[in-house]
Design a protein around this ligand. Structure first.
Ligand code: KIV
Length: 271
């Protein structure tokens, strides 16, 4: 039986076993109880309470505005639904870049107040001290390299990262460093597929890609994007598995029609 099917609860060790057996890892975002329940019951391995909640839930242009308190609120809602998945929570912008003490305090708040199982932090060498300190408290850390949306104002655009030699070399070094520090996995976002494949082969921890090609250990998407709830975002790497926004739009129109015509509620729907 596959490691995925056998596991009652996905742990960081289960993910390592999956990589070593060549079993791909599935990961999706969720920010609330109802969505997390659907995603968990369908059998996803990892739920990411991503700071993309800043875009998807709150309508901000970037992930920068979301606060630690807001991330804890989202994560606590997801945790109440997740019976089997490993729940990873993003440390939001400004909650860990100050120094390693700040990073530890923020990670502890997430673990204590939301019940999340691990945190994700964007960056490599430049945040190594903070990663080490969070890990030293027994908190599992997932890394995030390549396009790191919390640095969008440094990059200037959301184009593919690490296409050039120097940036690609730094990314490879950072991935090896994150493994050495003790991260249990790394997300690689929007980088060339050949580079992601090379990184996945160079480390024994699982590499989860988003816009990083198919030759990595797993994939992550923003659930609202793959369900077709969000419509304005259509990058090349996104596959839509449903058109939920059309289904919801039709349902709302049907409801409006029935309310206006007096067809809803009928006798059976009344007391
Ligand atoms: O916040 C998020 O949803 C993410 C994924 C895109 C990996 O970090």
């Amino acid at each position: 039986m596959s490691v995925h099917k056998k596991a009652k609860r996905v742990t960081t060790q289960v993910l390592l076993d999956m990589k070593s057996r060549g079993e791909k890892i599935s990961m999706l975002t969720s920010y609330d109880y109802s969505m997390a329940k659907i995603v968990d019951q369908a059998g996803i391995d990892i739920i990411l309470v991503g700071d993309s909640a800043s875009n998807v839930m709150a309508g901000h242009e970037t992930t920068l505005p979301i606060t630690l308190d807001q991330m804890i609120y989202h994560a606590a809602s997801v945790i109440r639904a997740a019976e089997r998945s490993l729940v990873v929570v993003d440390l939001p912008f400004g909650s860990y870049q100050g120094n390693s003490r700040q990073a530890l305090d923020s990670a502890i708040r997430i673990m204590k107040e939301s019940g999340g199982h691990a945190v994700k932090m964007e960056g490599g060498e430049e945040i190594s001290e903070s990663i080490t300190r969070v890990l030293s408290a027994g908190i599992p850390v997932m890394g995030h390299l390549g396009l790191t949306p919390q640095s969008i104002y440094k990059f200037g655009t959301y184009v593919v990262r690490a296409k050039e030699g120097e940036e690609a070399e730094q990314l490879k070094k950072d991935a090896i460093l994150l493994e050495k520090l003790g991260c249990f996995s790394i997300v690689l976002e929007k980088i060339p597929a050949h580079l992601a494949e090379e990184v996945a082969k160079s480390v024994s921890i699982p590499i989860i890609g988003i816009g990083a090609g198919g030759n990595v250990d797993g994939q992550v998407l923003v659930a609202h994007d793959m369900f077709g709830i969000t419509q304005e975002f259509s990058p090349r790497f996104l596959r839509r598995y449903a058109d939920v926004s059309t289904i919801m739009n039709d349902a709302v129109k049907g409801y409006i029609t029935d309310v206006k015509s007096g067809d809803f509620p009928n006798e059976e729907e009344s007391y």
